[in-house]
Design a protein around this ligand. Structure first.
Ligand code: ADP
Ligand code: MG
Length: 396
C-alpha cells in the first residue's frame, strides 16, 4: 500500500520532495513546462501544511557538473507560479556552506537542489560512495515524498534508495498517474482501445504483448505498423521497417487472435519524401507500395477505420504518433486521431509519450483528454509491468 500525502498528515516537517522537472528545453529556454505545473498541487499542499521543502530533480543526461544542464531556469519558472515563496538554489548539498542554509530554512521557504545527476552516485547508488550519497541526501529531511512518476522506472538514489531511510509517501501527481493508468489497465470499461504508433516496433514489443491481452482494439500506425505489414506479406518499399522483428511481430498477431483482440493496421497510407515540407504525399493502398516508396502516414480510409473503433470505445490509451509528424504533411493522421478522441465525450482517454504530447500539446480541446501522463518511458513500463521500481519503493 502506498500512502499518498492527502492521507498522510505531514505537518511542520522537512520534506525531501523528488519531482520530475526534466522538461523540454531549447538552450536555457523552457519549451513546455507541463511537468512543473503538474507538480504544483503537491508543492502547494505541502507548503500549506507548514512544511519546509527540499526539492530534488534531474535534467537531461549530464556527465558531472555542466552549465548546459542547470536547473536554475526551472527554479525561476517554479518561482513564477509561487511568487510569494522564497526559493533558494543549492549547488552542492554536501558542503558545509549548504549545511548552514538547510539549518536556517524557514517554514514557507523552498530549497531547490541543483541537478541531482551532476552527482554520478545518483545513477549508481549501489557503490559505497553511492550509499554514502543516499544517506547524505536522506539526512537533509524528516520525510520523503516521490511525485516523480516520469522517472520512477529508474533505479536511482533519489527514487529507490532514499525512501529506505525515511518515512515515505507518494505525491498527488504520482497518485493521479498510478490510479488512472492502473485502473485503465486493471479494470477498463470496455471496449478498450490502444493506439500505438511511433518509429520502432522493437522498443514496444513487450507493450504490444501486454496490450493484446487487455485491449479490444489494438490500433497501429507509424513506422511500427510497417513492420507488421511487412510480416504479413505486404511490400513496404524503403519505409522504416525492422525486418529482424518479424518473428516477434508474428507472435503478437497470434497472441491477439488468441485473446480476441482486433489489430487494426493501415489499409492505405501516405508515401512521400519526409524532408520535403512543401509537397503533399501520395495516398496508396498498402498492396500498391513500390520499392522506392517511403510510408510516412496513415491514409484516409485507415483514418475512417480507426475513427470507428475510437468512437465506439469507452477506454483508450495512446502512445506514439501514427506518422512522421515532424513534417506537417505527415501529421494529418495523428491530428485526425486526436480530434476523433476529443469528439468522443464518454471516452476515458490516457495519452503519454514525449513525441505524442509534442504532437497534441498546442491543440485545442486538451481538457477533453482524461489524463495526460507526465511519463513517457515510465508510462510504457508501468503498463507493461503493472508497477515501477519507484512505486515499489514507496510500498515497503
Ligand atoms: P513517443 O515519444 O510519444 O513515445 P515515439 O518516440 O515512439 O513516440 O515515436 C515518435 C517518432 O516516430 C517520431 O519521431 C515520428 O517521426 C516517428 N514516426 C512515426 N511514424 C513514422 C513513419 N511512418 N516513418 C518514420 N518515422 C515515423
Ligand atoms: Mg519519443
Amino acid at each position: 500500500m502506498i500512502i499518498y500525502i492527502d492521507k498522510a498528515h505531514i505537518k511542520h516537517k522537512k520534506v525531501l520532495l523528488r519531482v520530475d522537472f526534466n522538461v523540454s528545453m531549447k538552450g536555457s529556454k523552457i519549451t513546455d513546462d507541463a511537468r512543473i505545473r503538474a507538480t504544483l498541487p503537491t508543492i502547494q499542499k505541502l507548503l500549506k501544511d507548514n512544511n519546509r521543502l527540499i526539492i530534488v530533480s534531474h535534467l537531461g543526461r549530464p556527465d558531472g557538473w555542466d552549465e548546459k544542464f542547470l536547473l536554475r531556469p526551472i527554479a525561476l519558472r517554479l518561482h513564477k507560479y509561487l511568487p510569494n515563496i522564497k526559493l533558494i538554489v543549492v549547488d552542492d548539498f554536501t558542503t558545509e556552506g549548504a549545511a548552514k542554509i538547510f539549518e536556517e530554512q524557514k517554514v514557507g521557504e523552498i530549497i531547490f537542489l541543483e541537478n541531482i545527476r551532476f552527482f554520478k552516485e545518483e545513477e549508481d547508488p549501489s557503490t559505497s560512495s553511492g550509499q554514502e550519497f543516499v544517506k547524505n541526501l536522506a539526512s537533509l529531511a524528516d520525510v520523503y515524498v516521490n511525485d516523480a512518476f516520469g522517472v520512477s522506472h529508474r533505479d536511482c538514489a533519489s527514487i529507490t534508495e532514499v525512501p529506505k531511510f525515511l518515512p515515505h509517501y507518494g505525491g498527488l501527481l504520482m497518485e493521479r498517474e498510478v490510479e488512472t493508468i492502473g485502473h485503465a489497465m486493471r479494470h477498463p470499461t470496455h471496449p478498450f482501445a490502444a493506439i500505438i504508433g511511433g518509429a520502432k516496433v522493437s522498443t514496444k514489443l513487450k507493450l504490444l504483448f501486454k496490450l493484446t491481452e487487455k485491449a479490444d482494439y489494438l490500433i497501429l500506425g507509424g513506422g511500427l505498423a510497417n513492420t507488421l505489414l511487412y510480416a504479413l506479406g505486404y511490400p513496404v518499399g524503403k519505409s522504416l521497417c525492422e525486418k529482424d522483428c518479424v518473428d516477434e511481430v508474428k507472435k503478437i498477431v497470434r497472441h491477439a487472435k488468441e485473446h480476441k483482440t482486433k489489430i487494426l493496421l493501415p489499409r492505405d497510407v501516405v508515401v512521400g519524401d519526409k524532408n520535403d515540407t512543401g509537397k503533399a504525399g501520395v495516398v496508396k493502398k498498402i498492396s500498391d507500395i513500390d520499392h522506392n516508396d517511403d510510408i510516412l502516414d496513415i491514409g484516409p480510409e485507415s483514418q475512417a477505420d480507426y475513427a470507428k473503433a475510437i468512437l465506439s470505445s469507452k477506454t483508450l490509451i495512446w502512445n506514439g504518433p501514427v506518422g512522421y509528424m515532424e513534417n506537417p504533411e505527415y501529421a494529418r493522421g495523428t491530428d485526425f486521431l486526436y480530434y476523433t478522441i476529443a469528439q468522443n465525450k464518454s471516452l476515458i482517454s490516457i495519452v503519454g509519450g514525449g513525441d505524442t504530447l509534442a504532437a497534441i500539446s498546442k491543440k485545442e480541446y486538451l481538457s477533453t483528454i482524461t489524463h495526460i501522463s507526465t511519463g513517457g518511458g515510465a508510462m510504457l513500463e508501468y503498463i507493461e509491468n503493472g508497477t515501477l521500481p519507484g512505486i515499489e519503493a514507496l510500498k515497503k
